[in-house]
Design a protein around this ligand. Structure first.
Ligand SMILES: [Zn+2]
Length: 288
């Protein structure tokens, strides 16, 4: 539920303002306070500019990297519970770990301090993969079992690593904080009482977070880069798109299917990124 910020002057003007001078005074100070908070929120959004060395962007983020990692870790159990928990197949889990770590360690993602952890989830129905801020990455068994090659798994995980490295969740949180007239840092520093309720709400928001189109395309580009740097043929990401396309026909589309931009557009972006990285064609010997 959206919190009232006190910036609600119209209601006062319409009803009680003329009736009682006292109420008018209160309304005025509420308006001033509201403007003040909105101003502070806007200023802190504008001032919280950080350079992201991997994407080369200036981005607005209102929490620290440590807070981002902590938030992701806090939200992870609920996320896993929603998809039946960790998958019992240890060798499949180990494969997800190995491919994820290879992507992180052998690419520019290794220049970051995110705490990456890769989880295979039991859910046999929902074709999906997602990442929480700070480095918790998940893939469901329903998607995992549809993949044909290790390269395709690298495509899925590379894209999710892209969301983490580009700090898409934290950017969305900063925007949310701006629209609610609060700053993430204040919110987290608050602790106790109201702070806890806010925290729970933030974690809820994070789990249901939908990324924008631009975020998805950027994650595709980063995914292609990480794959190639880690020795995977980035064309495998095109194979993933085909698998998602087929799955979209069969079931209600979850995160990877519904919020991702239309496939045509994505295929072009991925191909363009591959051509940019390998103008002379991709080197021989990359893993499919
Ligand atoms: Zn995505």
């Amino acid at each position: 539920m959206p919190r009232r910020t006190g910036f609600d002057s119209r209601r006062y003007r319409g009803r009680s303002l003329r009736a009682r001078p006292q109420a008018r005074g209160a309304a005025k100070s509420r308006l001033v306070m509201g403007l003040l908070f909105a101003g502070i929120a806007f200023m802190s959004y504008q001032c919280s500019s950080e350079y992201n060395p991997v994407t080369g962007e200036e981005q607005h983020i209102s929490i620290t990297a440590e807070q981002e990692i902590a938030l992701g870790l806090q939200a992870a159990p609920e996320m896993m519970a929603q998809h039946g928990g960790e998958h019992p197949d240890r060798s499949a889990q180990a494969m997800v770990d190995r491919v994820g770590q290879r992507l992180v360690q052998q690419s520019r993602a290794s220049e970051t301090n995110w705490k990456f952890d890769f989880h295979l989830l039991r859910d046999p129905q929902t074709v999906n993969a997602f990442a929480l801020p700070g480095g918790q990455v998940f893939i469901t068994a329903a998607l995992f079992t549809r993949l044909n090659t290790e390269g395709e798994l690298a495509g899925v995980l590379g894209h999710e690593i892209g969301h983490v490295v580009a700090r898409h969740s934290a950017q969305r949180m900063a925007k949310q904080a701006l629209t609610q007239g609060i700053t993430g840092a204040v919110l987290i520093a608050a602790g106790g009482g109201d702070g806890e309720a806010q925290m729970a709400q933030m974690i809820g928001n994070m789990i249901n977070m939908k990324y924008g189109r631009e975020d998805e395309l950027e994650s595709d580009q980063l995914g292609v880069m990480f794959m190639a740097q880690a020795g995977y043929d980035p064309h495998a990401l095109l194979g993933v798109m085909e698998i998602l396309d087929e799955a979209a026909g069969e079931q209600a589309p979850p995160e990877w299917l519904s919020t991702h931009p239309s496939n045509d557009n994505r295929l072009q972006t991925i191909q363009r990124e591959i051509d940019l990285l390998f103008p002379e064609g991709i080197p021989a010997g990359l893993q499919k």
